[in-house]
Design a protein around this ligand. Structure first.
Ligand SMILES: Nc1ncnc2c1ncn2[C@@H]1O[C@H](COP(=O)(O)OP(=O)(O)OP(=O)(O)O)[C@@H](O)[C@H]1O
Ligand SMILES: [Mg+2]
Length: 397
């Protein structure tokens, strides 16, 4: 059965609310600016139509009093200080450039050339507006959108960029507050456990000493067994106390540590699990580590491997050198495997597929490797039904 803790579900709801709000604001603003742009575009087009009409009116020679109406064009011309436009008369000559900055040093030919290029550009953006002069004779007005409208066109993209970065920022803030919360829970819990175990532990040690001093009354073999259990409890307490504080790292011979510890583990797991250790590391290769915590990592991964094999199969540890002064410890089992979708999830706190699992073993292991040893822990490969390889990468320098 799949279980999951609820510690962070509130955070998830908040995340969804923030994401929904951003989405709402985003689409709302996009729709609004889109409407605004369409409206302004229509107005600019209407304006150019009016401009074209006034040109038609003025160039129509049948109007005897056209001179009196000159003000119509000049009014319109003055009112428009932003929409670039040109008039191409029936002979194909370009005249009346509107809102273009033409340098005074340009010759007439250069000006025409420049305006011809502009006309071609404008043609790509808008169909020219026809100026009916009469008797089937036509001129054309080419135009572009005003500078402000062109800027407004970029607005939705800018908005999108801003909202995306806001989303990313919010996400980062959430996950860092979540990590801080996780850290506090881990450290607090570990310290408290070590502290609580301390008192009964020293009293148990005293009892063992007492039993040893009286071999007639207490069977020596039983005392030995109890002592082993007490030592085991001591190791657990020491692990909790190291994880609750900044652990000290020491140069340790990796081959030795792994050999020794797997020897210890092998005696504690099912005899139907064939355990083997291989190493391609140079003899005496050291790694800076906290031995207690590193052993805890190996133990968690090996225990999971044994569970995944239901107590029957092969468990292989292999150590190799990697480039960049790194070593890898690969732990391979022949168990049920992990699907691609779950390869990341297995490291989430609370993720467990076991009846009695807390889903903390791998979270803890990852934390020990990555935060305390500056290394990496990940699923190197896994085949459902065939087995899994976990890889621990540590630095040797
Ligand atoms: N070698 C493996 N093969 C297949 N599945 C694995 C393996 N290792 C871990 N898993 C999956 O990842 C889950 C999480 O492992 P993790 O060690 O974090 O928790 P757990 O073993 O369920 O509980 P506990 O807190 O007691 O360790 C397991 O429940 C299991 O489904
Ligand atoms: Mg586990």
């Amino acid at each position: 059965m799949l279980k999951s803790f609820d510690i962070y579900s509130q955070n998830n709801i908040l995340k969804i609310i923030v994401a929904l709000n951003l989405l709402l604001v985003g689409t709302g603003s996009l729709l609004y600016t889109n409407r605004l742009i369409n409206k302004l575009e229509l107005r600019e087009e209407q304006y150019i139509q009016l401009y074209a009409k006034s040109i038609a009116y003025l160039t129509d020679t049948t109007h005897s009093n056209s001179g009196d109406l000159n003000f119509v064009t000049s009014e319109i011309l003055q009112a428009n200080q932003t929409i670039p436009a040109i008039y191409v008369n029936p002979d194909g000559e370009i005249s009346m450039p509107l809102n273009f900055t033409l340098s005074a040093t340009m010759t007439d030919e250069e000006k025409q050339q420049y305006l011809r290029e502009k006309r071609d550009e404008m043609r790509k953006n808008h169909m020219p507006v026809v100026v009916e002069i009469g008797n089937g004779v036509r001129g054309l007005v080419y135009y572009n959108n005003s500078g402000s409208l062109r800027q407004l066109n970029y607005f939705p993209y800018a908005l999108l960029a801003i909202l995306t970065s806001l989303g990313v920022l919010a996400y980062l803030a959430f996950s860092s507050s979540r990590r801080a919360e996780q850290n506090r829970v881990w450290v607090g819990l570990a310290k408290e456990t070590a502290h609580q175990l301390g008192t009964p532990m020293s009293s148990l040690m005293a009892w063992v000493e007492y039993m040893r001093s009286d071999p007639e009354q207490f069977d020596g073999s039983i005392t030995d067994e109890i002592e082993k259990d007490v030592q085991r409890l001591e190791t657990i307490t020491a692990r909790f106390s190291s994880i609750g504080s900044v652990p000290t790292l020491k140069d340790e011979d990796l081959n030795d540590v792994v050999q020794q510890f797997t020897g210890y583990l092998a005696r504690r797991i099912s005899t139907k699990v064939k355990m083997s250790v291989a190493s391609q590391l140079p003899a005496g290769q050291t790694v800076k580590m906290n031995k207690l915590l590193f052993e805890w990592v190996i133990e968690n991964i090996c225990k999971n491997a044994v569970d995944a094999m239901k107590g029957v199969g092969e468990l292989r540890l292999n150590m190799i050198m990697l480039p960049h002064q790194e070593v890898a410890i690969d732990i391979t089992d022949t168990g049920k495997g992990i699907s691609k979708a779950n390869m990341q999830k297995v490291f989430n706190p609370g993720y467990s597929t076991k009846k009695r699992g807390w889903g903390l073993g791998l979270t803890l292991a990852k934390r020990i490797v990555e935060e305390y040893h500056d290394g990496r822990l990940y699923v190197k490969s896994s085949d459902v039904g065939k087995g899994t390889t976990f890889r621990i990468v540590l630095n040797t320098d």
